[in-house]
Ligand binder design. Structure first.
Ligand code: SF4
Length: 357
């Protein structure tokens, strides 16, 4: 049972972050934000893939001015990602649902004050985004790009906002490797009550980012740390959402969707299991009921696994068994097995919905 750290609940648009809110999934577009059509198209793709909150980069005035037209065409809460230029933050704050900016990077306190006032007027939060690669000089010089420096930077930026009476804050502490990321979040967690945005920055391609993000975010989530998250991938938008959702599901943070147990195969295999599992995976993505299903290549371990599975399939020579909760309900020819299995999974999902929802 995962016990989440108690954090303050804030809102990014209509999505709650922190408190008892479910861990939300974020991503970021890679179009030039000033290209409104391309950005809206990417945001819609992310929405369709299951993203909860989207962030766009705002490096210039043209990008800031495009935010209004983007916001009018999307349903996802929108975050503007801004570095250094407080005027961009002022323009963005009139439109978006959250600003990502580090107050310590803005310069004069009067400028930070203006940004804070603008966010207060619209009741929108600020994400303090600490990144090991762009720490303030005073921390980088003293500690190098270490978890200690990241935590000090976060506390410095938090204090900056708190001194101005602003506490609608969420925080990220991203490094490009697992160890520093985990250490930084762990170190800051007992010191503040603000919600955390989890992520490993510049995590690489789909393969490497999936591994790094699964270890780092999985570890933190299992320790009850994390309120919203982004898996950053050098790749396509949907991949970030798919991996993030899988981390939430497979870590047990989210009890939703079908968990597939499938054997790794060995010399005893009696069927094309890779093909069968791929087909099962493709057909059950829409099911929200938290079911366990097992797909096994022979009967050696299949009966044992089937006892803990809502629906199970065990391949044999030219035929196989279908089981529900460990009970054999059908013995069928191989070519009929997967179809019957899928039907049983659909039925089990309907039964679950009737019983528990
Ligand atoms: S279930 Fe059978 S085929 Fe699959 S790994 Fe175990 S022994 Fe091998």
């Amino acid at each position: 049972m995962i016990k989440r750290f108690k954090t303050k609940k804030i809102y990014v648009g209509d999505v709650a972050v922190g408190g008892d809110a479910p861990v939300s999934v974020q991503s970021m577009t890679y179009s030039k934000t000033r290209d409104v059509d391309a950005t809206v198209e990417q945001i819609k793709r992310l929405h369709f893939a299951g993203c909860d909150i989207v962030r766009v980069a705002v490096p210039d005035y043209e990008d800031a001015r495009a935010l209004k037209a983007i916001k009018e065409q999307i349903k996802l809460p929108l975050i503007a990602d801004i570095h250094f230029n407080y005027r961009l933050a002022l323009i963005a704050s009139e439109v978006v649902d959250c600003i990502r900016i580090n107050p310590g990077n803005i310069g004069e306190k009067s400028r930070v004050k203006e940004v804070v006032k603008a966010c207060q007027n619209r009741n929108i939060p600020i994400r303090i985004g600490v990144n090991s690669g762009s720490l303030e000089e005073q921390f980088d010089n003293k500690y190098g790009p270490t978890p200690k420096a990241m935590v000090e930077s976060a506390l410095y930026n938090i204090k900056y906002l708190e001194d101005l009476g602003f506490t609608d804050i969420k925080i990220s502490l991203k490094a490009s490797d697992v160890a520093r990321t985990v250490e930084a979040y762990r170190a800051l967690r007992p010191l503040v009550e603000y919600p955390f945005h989890l992520g490993v920055t510049e995590a690489g391609t789909l393969f490497h980012s999936t591994i790094k993000s699964s270890i780092a975010l999985g570890t933190l989530l299992l320790e009850g740390i994390g309120d919203t998250m982004r898996v950053s991938i050098t790749g396509e938008l949907e991949e970030e959402i798919n991996v993030a959702r899988a981390i939430l599901k497979d870590s047990g943070v989210v009890k939703s969707g079908v968990n597939i147990i499938s054997c790794p195969t060995c010399g005893r295999i009696e069927a094309n299991l890779v093909e069968a599992v791929a087909r099962v995976e493709e057909k059950i993505g829409h099911i929200k009921a938290p079911l366990n299903v097992s797909v096994m290549g022979c009967v050696v371990n299949a009966i044992g696994e089937a006892k803990h599975a809502d629906v199970a399939i065990a391949f044999g020579k030219g035929q196989g068994l279908i089981m529900r909760k460990g009970e054999v309900i059908a013995k069928l020819k191989e070519e009929l097995l997967v179809d019957r299995f899928l039907q049983e999974v659909e039925d089990a999902a309907i039964e679950f919905e009737k019983e528990y929802r």
